[in-house]
Design a protein around this ligand. Structure first.
Ligand code: FES
Length: 232
């Protein structure tokens, strides 16, 4: 089928402001959008700039605003989008060029919630054991690939970009509810800040945007509840 792509382009070294450019590409209906972007770049306009790596929904590098929704270009097929597709960079982040955004602030927020296991006890002779039930407690939030689709679809983040955002909270959740971890108190203290979990307005945009199907709003509410329970 013939697909018309409308892509928001911006080269800060050349353009005053972003502008739309249009391309027509022949594609199989089952093709992922990423392969059409490759066709444009390799056959029509080598200056088109976007991130991608695995092409299998694992690395999280090709999240973008596709037909008005944040999605991974490698996971969404043309037959899910139709013959006219608009593509823009993730909203709310500084554009470096075309579909490439500056992720540094996003990763700084991720790092701020201590996304690693804290355990200062003596090293066990073998691995730190955990029951299947305890492992299941945080299974959902282990699936995050840090694509930023959730945080950049959140109206609270658009309104105040100091909000730590859904992705950072998801990654805090993954350790807060890990029975082997001892850093929960510190993480909950960080997320009790004015720019922490309280900025969530349960709009569910993050949950809708997540390409891994993580129940993000529920995870945020579980972290909020944990903060309240500890204070009580
Ligand atoms: S290219 Fe890795 S998630 Fe799409």
């Amino acid at each position: 089928m013939q697909v018309q792509l409308k892509i928001l382009r911006y080269d800060p070294e050349r353009d005053q402001k972003p502008h739309w450019e249009r391309y027509t590409v022949e594609a199989e209906p089952t093709a992922p959008l990423l392969s059409l972007l490759h066709t444009v770049k390799w056959e029509q306009d080598g200056s088109l700039t976007f991130r991608r790596s695995c092409a299998h929904g694992v690395c999280g590098s090709d999240a973008m605003l596709i037909n008005g929704r944040n999605r991974l270009a490698c996971k969404i097929r043309i037959d899910q989008l139709g013959s006219k597709v608009s593509i823009a960079p993730l909203p709310g982040l500084r554009v470096i060029k075309d579909l490439v955004v500056d992720m540094e602030d996003f990763f700084a927020k991720y790092r701020s919630v201590m996304p690693f296991q804290v355990d200062d006890g003596p090293m066990p002779a073998r691995e730190r054991l955990q029951s299947p039930e305890d492992r299941a407690r945080y299974d959902d939030t282990t699936k995050c690939i840090l694509c930023a689709a959730c945080t950049t679809s959140c109206p609270s983040f658009w309104a105040k970009d100091s909000y730590v955002g859904p992705a950072a909270i998801v990654n805090a959740h993954r350790f807060i509810f890990d029975s082997r971890d001892e850093g929960a108190e510190e993480r909950l203290e960080i997320l009790a800040d004015a720019d922490g979990v309280w900025r969530c307005r349960t709009v569910f945009n993050c949950t809708d945007a997540c390409p891994r199907g993580i129940q993000i709003t529920r995870a945020i509410l579980e972290v909020s509840s944990a903060i309240v329970e500890r204070r009580v």
